[in-house]
Design a protein around this ligand. Structure first.
Ligand code: SAM
Length: 190
């Protein structure tokens, strides 16, 4: 297939914005696949900050990073992503190249623990302040689980209202499949 899946596409776009030595945030570390990807992209001289509310997710991510020797450039927080303003250093404001959100529940985990519209949008608002010019907020939105449709709706409504002078906003989806996930990308303009 030439057309990428939503997650492949997320990584492709992220790699456009990331450079060795750069900085990224994984707002939902889950099983650590995205955190590892970000850690590899920024390399040993870069920095990745990861958030997840579940201990299981933080441990799984840490183990994955250790196994791949990519743990040194990553700091993990067992905290909600809408606390990023409280825990990340102020000097990172305007410096982050990519913030990734992969919404929904932890695959192979408790499917009742899900990301929620209010905290997600609050975290995304904060994430935009951390982005550098040309930086990307990338969010995979899922609608197949209870609450997913509502969350995706909230996020798209919020993102649609962002000023075009400050942000470019793109929404990507396979439109011939039921409940297919979609990808939201917000680029901060210079
Ligand atoms: N990026 C992950 C990966 O590569 O495996 C997948 C993430 S999974 C789809 C969604 C994750 O969001 C779950 O692990 C869940 O615990 C986490 N989550 C739910 N609410 C959250 C919140 N308020 N802040 C941070 N993470 C949250």
């Amino acid at each position: 297939m030439i057309l990428p899946s939503i997650l492949q596409s997320a990584h492709q776009w992220a790699s456009e914005a990331l450079t060795p030595g750069g900085t990224a945030i994984d707002a939902t570390t889950g099983n650590g696949h995205d955190t590892l990807f970000l850690a590899r992209q920024v390399g040993p001289d870069g920095q990745v900050f990861g958030f997840d509310i579940q201990e299981q997710a933080i441990q799984k991510t840490h183990r994955r990073l250790l196994a791949e020797n990519a743990h040194r450039q990553v700091t993990l927080f067992q905290k909600s992503h809408d606390q990023m303003h409280e825990v990340l250093p102020e000097k990172l404001l305007g410096k982050v190249q990519v913030v990734m959100f992969n919404l929904g529940y932890l695959p192979h985990g408790d499917k009742t623990i899900i990301t929620r519209p209010d905290t997600t949008v609050r975290a995304m608002q904060q994430a935009l302040q951390f982005l550098t010019s040309g930086g990307l907020l990338i969010a995979a939105l899922y609608t197949g689980h209870p609450g997913g449709q509502e969350e995706a709706g909230h996020v798209i409504e919020w993102a649609s209202g962002l000023s075009p002078r400050s942000f470019q906003v793109m929404w990507q989806q396979m439109i011939n499949r039921d409940r297919s996930p979609s990808l939201l990308m917000i680029e901060k303009r210079s």
